[in-house]
Design a binder for this molecule. Sequence first.
Ligand SMILES: *Cc1c(COP(=O)(O)O)cnc(C)c1O
Ligand code: SF4
Length: 325
Amino acid sequence: MPEEWQVELSKSVNSPDELARFIPLSPAELRRMRRVVGVYPMRISPHYLTLIREKNGPLWKQMVPDIKELRDKNSPEDPLHEDTMSPVPNLTHRYPDRVLFLVSSECAAYCRFCTRKRKVGKPYIIRPRWIREGLRYIESTSSVRDVILSGGDPLLLSDAKLEFLLKSLRRIRHVEIVRIGTRVPCTFPQRITQKLCRVLKRYHPLFVNVHFNHPDELTSEARTACEMLSDAGIPLGNQTVLLKGVNDDAETLRSLFCGLLRMRVRPYYLYQCDLTRGTRHFRTRVEKGIEIINKLRGHISGLAIPHFVIDAPGGGGKIPLLPEY
Ligand SMILES: *Cc1c(COP(=O)(O)O)cnc(C)c1O
Ligand code: SF4
């Protein structure tokens, strides 16, 4: 029997033609979107669809396919060299003490600016054999004390699969903390069930990083989802991607970061948009982020201000960018 959230997820919009049933689209718009979806899959969860109010608005831009994605042929597919720094497929070991472990290729909504555009929505990317190999790698590498489960979205795994992963990691003595990176509290809050929280709280110390990009995403449903996770004892951080035409101004980000704190979510990183192929139209100049952080500093609580970082192309890791004081 599928769970309620799985039934709800099956009502997602997966094609331009389905989208046209909710929002009028011209034949030319439809044609262009169909071409994009042939390369990069589309999915918009029912919850996120209800939040999209205007065509070309900040939420629309994040999730609705845009022909510009196909006009960015010179950018690299894997600018962070995640795949070359992988001792086993889908596990990136870049920093000595922590690994990034991709355990799901599915998300509740496919963000058009995704760094892992080359992988998300492609089920063959994650094979059970590689999950086992990843676990074995972590077990045999005693320098790893921090495991970051990512994807795709790890919380789109069933509770049973997730529990298997967490239990396997907890059996490894040198793994001190586990983190989960997920966008479901924003895009698909129905996934945060009491049953899920009961599973998660058995595997502390567990940290969750959520992903909100715009104050319009801070709905009462998202708040409830975050509160349930917090009440399960999980510290919540937030990652935001700086996106042109979506959130690249100080007022929008001030409102987002203060709103997150009110939901007990601590802003952790603000990312410069990576060089990933198909995302060029989202990229701001690096100075833009510095200028915004500069405007926020001193005006809002220091707790509300994330680190502005750029993930160095070529796999150099995250570099913090600071205004000159
Ligand atoms: C971001 C990242 C991490 C985690 O970095 P923190 O700064 O500790 O949050 C680990 N591994 C990889 C490959 C990453 O990209
Ligand atoms: S939720 Fe994360 S992994 Fe999934 S498409 Fe969005 S940015 Fe990419």
